[in-house]
Design a protein around this ligand. Structure first.
Ligand SMILES: Nc1ncnc2c1ncn2[C@@H]1O[C@H](COP(=O)(O)OP(=O)(O)O)[C@@H](O)[C@H]1O
Ligand SMILES: O=P(O)(O)O[C@H]1O[C@H](CO)[C@@H](O[C@H]2O[C@H](CO)[C@@H](O)[C@H](O)[C@H]2O)[C@H](O)[C@H]1O
Length: 455
């Protein structure tokens, strides 16, 4: 039997390769510009020749995307395209390529333009598993289940808080976050200069954990079906969030908001409201009056209290319940649709509190989508109860939260509007969940007509 000689694969920067990736990306969960016709071009290539692989940075419209790829003789777990007889594959699902990337992050191998930073060396990749879930990035579990490597898909110049903030909490010994083991940064040309941004974070993998989103969503579903199910502890979750806020304040400091901080905060909310109205004009049509009134109310905010580093995009999908029952917070990257330089700005901790309150609403909203004939009032009660438990636990550690605080109300609307844009771009079938919240937040409650007097 004679061995088949495969033809040479094209170079990673060949137009056919870029075209193949451009056609494949919109089929992935992480691609952030679904439904838009964008020109895709290669901006930077970091070669990993020992693995026949490369990390590519591709520009799609305004966005720079990280796509690690490799050439293989077989399609493997995640093929992109077959070109000249060889397979272009997604390197995140390829063990040899993942090991090569990990080696650079751990400082065991040097590649031009890449810089690794390890606090403790991750174990060899071994058999890897790519998480298939509701994710904006791509996460790979390896090292016999000891680490999880997150490949940042949208890449920006500047520090990624998922590396910097998790790194600070790791050094501070915070018990409510998985510790950071290593990270990788890349440098690429931007105009006349070079810029640097994070590409990868490798953290301890929490084995045997339960996802808080699934725990609460399943409980909401069971409630709507009239079934019994163990109630996850929202009160302890509130206390865990308060502990992380406390550790972040200790590690990275706090500052009382000045007048100009307040003005910047209010202006930021106004800009985001205008941005959401522009980005999701069709979805938000019909809410103009309420949104105008909400925008005017923002100017009534005169004080926003103490500021500090926060999580920035906290929701149930960022929370795990460890095998010991304790809650752990993940993913300090901030909101993926927010520019990177805005994500390390000190903020009121209420922004995270609001993220969790919205998430309980999402859990019930997603349960209602699955059970369209279920009772909406029961879903509303479920949300109210979980939110109350969460706030009670938070208050135990951090002091009470006033549900009528204008800053809290403004942040609730800000988050729901962000979610509307996120769903329009990423998961249009989920749009009704945040849209209903926006409607409720900007629509004044109906005037109750007093019952007629009975003589
Ligand atoms: N350290 C960890 N241990 C166990 N599972 C994790 C860990 N980090 C992330 N995960 C799992 O991966 C999922 C996605 O991680 P996340 O950091 O939120 O990524 P993304 O930024 O893409 O949303 C989480 O919801 C969780 O299920
Ligand atoms: O986890 P990411 O950092 O990628 O956050 C983005 O995606 C989230 C969805 O995966 C999105 O969260 C919204 O949906 C969740 C349910 O899937 C819900 O729990 C959240 O409350 C809701 O905001 C998040 O907004 C987005 O930034």
């Amino acid at each position: 039997m004679s061995a088949t000689t495969l033809p040479d694969a094209p170079s990673f920067d060949a137009p056919a390769v870029v075209d193949a990736i451009a056609a494949w990306m919109p089929t992935t969960r992480w691609y952030p510009s679904k439904g838009q016709q964008l020109d895709v071009s290669l901006e930077q290539r970091y070669d990993l020749p020992e693995a026949d692989a490369a990390i590519l940075l591709l520009r799609a419209g305004e966005t720079l995307l990280q796509v690690p790829v490799a050439w293989r003789d077989e399609p493997g777990a995640s093929p992109i395209a077959q070109l000249t007889g060889r397979w272009l594959v997604d390197a995140c699902a390829d063990r040899r390529a993942v090991q090569a990337i990990l080696d650079v992050a751990a400082g065991a191998r040097e590649v031009d333009g890449l810089a690794g930073d390890a606090t403790s060396a991750p174990a060899p990749a071994g058999g890897i598993r790519v998480i298939a879930g509701e994710q904006s990035n791509t996460s790979i579990i390896g090292g016999a289940g000891t680490w999880i490597a997150k490949v940042f898909r949208v890449v920006s110049p500047g520090d990624n808080p998922d590396v910097v903030v998790t790194g600070a909490l790791t050094r501070a010994g915070c018990r409510r976050v998985p510790h950071l083991l290593a990270s990788l940064a890349g440098t690429w040309p931007a105009g006349d200069a070079f810029v640097t941004g994070h590409l990868l974070a490798v953290s301890q993998f929490v084995a045997g954990a339960d996802d808080a989103w699934e725990l609460f969503r399943q409980h909401a579903l069971a409630t709507l079906r009239g079934e019994q199910r163990d109630l996850p502890d929202a009160r302890a979750l509130g206390a865990a969030v308060a502990t992380v806020h406390h550790d972040l304040a200790d590690a990275l400091g706090t500052a009382a908001a000045t007048e100009s901080d307040t003005l910047r905060f209010v202006t930021g909310l106004e800009q985001r409201l205008a941005w959401a109205r522009e980005q999701a004009a069709e979805a938000l049509a019909g809410l103009d009056e309420g949104l105008d009134a909400a925008a005017a109310r923002l100017r009534e905010i005169t004080s926003i209290g103490e500021l500090q580093q926060i999580h920035g995009d906290l929701h149930l999908g960022q929370v795990l319940r460890g095998a010991d029952g304790g809650w752990l917070l993940l993913d300090f990257e901030g909101e993926p649709l927010r520019p990177m330089h805005e994500r390390s700005v000190r903020e009121p901790t209420l922004r995270d509190v609001v993220g969790m309150l919205r998430s309980f609403d999402y859990a019930a909203g997603s349960a209602l989508q699955e059970l369209p004939d279920a009772d909406c009032a029961s879903a509303g009660d479920w949300v109210f109860q979980r939110q109350s438990e969460f706030l009670a636990g938070y208050a135990e550690e951090a002091g009470p939260v006033d549900p009528d605080d204008p800053v809290l109300r403004a942040l609730l609307l800000d988050k729901a509007l962000y979610e509307v844009v996120y769903e329009v771009r990423n998961r249009p079938t989920w749009l009704p969940v945040p849209l209903e919240a926006v409607r409720a937040l900007v629509t004044p409650p109906p005037l109750v007509t007093p019952p007629p007097m009975v003589e």
